[in-house]
Write a protein that binds this ligand. Sequence first.
Ligand SMILES: [Zn+2]
Length: 103
Amino acid sequence: MDTEYYVTKKTSCKNCGGAGLIQAPIWMVYWEWYYTNNDKHPTFKSQQKWWAAQGFSDDAEIPEDQITCPDCDGEGQITTTVTLQDALCDLGETLDILVGHPH
Ligand SMILES: [Zn+2]
Protein backbone atom coordinates (compact mmCIF):
# COMPACT_ATOMS: atom_id res chain seq x y z
CA MET A 1 0.00 0.00 0.00
CA ASP A 2 1.24 3.42 -0.93
CA THR A 3 1.86 5.87 1.84
CA GLU A 4 0.93 9.48 1.56
CA TYR A 5 2.03 12.25 3.88
CA TYR A 6 -0.04 15.31 4.61
CA VAL A 7 0.79 18.49 6.44
CA THR A 8 -1.35 21.33 7.73
CA LYS A 9 -0.98 24.59 5.89
CA LYS A 10 -1.92 27.83 7.61
CA THR A 11 -2.08 31.01 5.61
CA SER A 12 -3.18 34.46 6.61
CA CYS A 13 -6.71 35.14 5.39
CA LYS A 14 -6.64 37.45 2.38
CA ASN A 15 -10.22 38.55 2.79
CA CYS A 16 -9.74 40.15 6.22
CA GLY A 17 -5.95 40.51 6.24
CA GLY A 18 -5.71 38.27 9.30
CA ALA A 19 -8.01 40.41 11.44
CA GLY A 20 -10.88 37.92 11.46
CA LEU A 21 -13.33 40.75 10.92
CA ILE A 22 -14.50 42.59 7.84
CA GLN A 23 -16.66 45.63 7.33
CA ALA A 24 -20.31 44.70 7.03
CA PRO A 25 -21.54 45.11 3.43
CA ILE A 26 -24.28 47.53 4.50
CA TRP A 27 -21.62 49.77 6.06
CA MET A 28 -19.60 49.82 2.84
CA VAL A 29 -22.72 51.11 1.09
CA TYR A 30 -23.26 53.54 3.94
CA TRP A 31 -19.76 55.05 3.77
CA GLU A 32 -19.97 55.31 0.01
CA TRP A 33 -23.19 57.26 0.39
CA TYR A 34 -21.75 59.30 3.27
CA TYR A 35 -18.76 60.52 1.30
CA THR A 36 -20.51 61.08 -2.03
CA ASN A 37 -23.30 63.24 -0.70
CA ASN A 38 -22.46 66.43 -2.63
CA ASP A 39 -19.15 66.78 -0.76
CA LYS A 40 -21.10 67.60 2.38
CA HIS A 41 -21.22 65.23 5.29
CA PRO A 42 -24.82 64.22 5.85
CA THR A 43 -26.56 65.54 8.91
CA PHE A 44 -27.59 63.22 11.67
CA LYS A 45 -31.15 63.50 10.46
CA SER A 46 -30.31 62.55 6.89
CA GLN A 47 -28.24 59.64 8.21
CA GLN A 48 -31.28 58.45 10.15
CA LYS A 49 -33.31 58.78 6.97
CA TRP A 50 -30.76 56.77 5.01
CA TRP A 51 -30.79 53.94 7.55
CA ALA A 52 -34.58 54.01 7.65
CA ALA A 53 -34.62 53.66 3.85
CA GLN A 54 -32.46 50.53 4.25
CA GLY A 55 -35.00 49.16 6.69
CA PHE A 56 -33.34 50.25 9.93
CA SER A 57 -35.75 52.75 11.36
CA ASP A 58 -34.59 52.51 14.95
CA ASP A 59 -30.99 53.33 15.95
CA ALA A 60 -30.83 50.13 17.94
CA GLU A 61 -31.47 48.11 14.82
CA ILE A 62 -28.46 49.42 12.92
CA PRO A 63 -26.11 46.47 12.47
CA GLU A 64 -22.54 46.29 13.72
CA ASP A 65 -20.06 47.82 11.30
CA GLN A 66 -17.83 44.78 11.48
CA ILE A 67 -18.82 41.19 10.98
CA THR A 68 -16.98 37.91 11.36
CA CYS A 69 -15.01 37.18 8.20
CA PRO A 70 -16.90 34.44 6.35
CA ASP A 71 -13.75 33.14 4.65
CA CYS A 72 -11.85 32.27 7.83
CA ASP A 73 -14.73 32.20 10.33
CA GLY A 74 -13.01 34.89 12.37
CA GLU A 75 -9.79 32.88 12.75
CA GLY A 76 -7.73 35.28 10.66
CA GLN A 77 -6.08 32.37 8.95
CA ILE A 78 -7.05 29.62 6.59
CA THR A 79 -6.10 26.10 7.54
CA THR A 80 -5.91 23.50 4.81
CA THR A 81 -4.35 20.09 4.42
CA VAL A 82 -1.86 19.65 1.59
CA THR A 83 0.40 16.81 0.58
CA LEU A 84 3.93 16.91 1.94
CA GLN A 85 5.15 16.99 -1.64
CA ASP A 86 3.16 20.16 -2.39
CA ALA A 87 4.38 21.72 0.85
CA LEU A 88 8.02 20.98 -0.03
CA CYS A 89 7.50 22.41 -3.52
CA ASP A 90 6.01 25.54 -1.94
CA LEU A 91 8.92 25.78 0.46
CA GLY A 92 11.54 24.90 -2.16
CA GLU A 93 13.33 28.21 -2.12
CA THR A 94 13.20 28.50 1.65
CA LEU A 95 14.53 24.97 2.09
CA ASP A 96 17.39 25.63 -0.36
CA ILE A 97 18.40 28.59 1.76
CA LEU A 98 18.19 26.51 4.93
CA VAL A 99 20.42 23.75 3.61
CA GLY A 100 22.69 26.16 1.78
CA HIS A 101 22.17 25.13 -1.86
CA PRO A 102 22.81 28.01 -4.23
CA HIS A 103 20.21 28.55 -6.94
ZN1 LIG B 1 -10.71 36.21 7.16
